[in-house]
Design a protein. Structure first.
Lengths: 185, 185
């Protein structure tokens, strides 16, 4: 950030009075521009014993497999965001179940929220997907998953499925987790 | 938003190619400035049969009672944000339990995430609080709560406490809920 989005003057990165961390503040109108984490909402679509995955047609991680998920937009709920992303990336309608994984990624200012969902009917590749397919557990392309959040969500799912209980899992992916993941991919 | 925070030129509110909703886009460097919902993280601090509330020293809703909560910052986790807000507003340390309420407020682009927590030791009014106090259920100032998210979280808590089970509650507060709430306050 170099300029104030309100008045167009330059900004400084300073600690405002009464605050405890640096913010971008305008030299002229003194607007403080707060920056906050973004929510990535998505689903784990299940059809019988199978799980739906999408192969990414866009960077980052083009060609790798992912669950349908993306940035939550203003004016929608987390559940609406998760269903919309599933519609956009997999042309699929789902019936949402519970919030299943909540994963903090503080090094990239993201919070993943993946809802377990029942896949209803057909699916196809949306514009951001090269292909969309259903996978049995033994066919999951573990070495070709796009992000550590996706691997973690799938690992929880297959562990929980043995007991038929799917509680919310809250966890964190650190910078070190991320480097280990992409280093081995 | 009037100016590009990257290069300082003016922006238009237009639907970018391949997108489905208007965004602020720079006339010069063509940077698209996405805007996304913000997370409000907080806690429901419990001490024996009592719940801790803070009376707000700042707008909005100055003088009304709330649970300690505030905007999640970059570079922290949701749990760290909830604990930090509790420390800042109530000078209190807590041991976090489960994520207890997840409340979407799409009309103001917020997502509330309140964690149930055990209060550890002392507390006092932080700079954003006029006072901080413990309340028994029959003393909760229902007509002087700051926000509908706070009332909803407390209602869930007292209902759940009868059974000793505190599952995550996912819900939405609509514009109409909000108007009804502030209209009657």
């Amino acid at each position: 950030m170099n300029f104030c989005s309100h008045c167009g003057d330059t900004v400084s990165f300073v600690i405002p009075e009464g605050d405890d961390r640096p913010r971008y503040r305008c030299h002229s109108c003194e607007t403080i521009h707060y920056q906050n984490p973004r929510i990535v909402a998505g689903t784990l679509p299940v059809f019988g014993s199978q799980v739906l995955l999408c192969r990414r047609a866009i960077a980052p991680r083009l060609g790798y497999w992912t669950l349908p998920a993306g940035y939550m937009e203003n004016a929608e709920t987390t559940r609406q965001a998760a269903a919309r992303e599933t519609r956009e990336e997999a042309c699929a309608e789902v019936s949402l179940c519970n919030l299943y994984t909540l994963i903090d990624l503080p090094h990239i200012n993201q919070v993943y929220m993946i809802f377990r969902a029942d896949l209803l009917g057909d699916f196809a590749a949306g514009v951001e997907s090269l292909e969309v397919a259903l996978f049995e557990e033994h066919d999951i392309p573990w070495d070709e998953l796009a992000f550590p959040t996706i691997e973690r969500t799938l690992r929880h799912y297959y562990a929980d499925r043995q007991h038929g209980m799917f509680p919310l899992h809250v966890s964190e992916i650190t910078q070190e987790d991320r480097e280990r993941y992409f280093g081995s991919a």
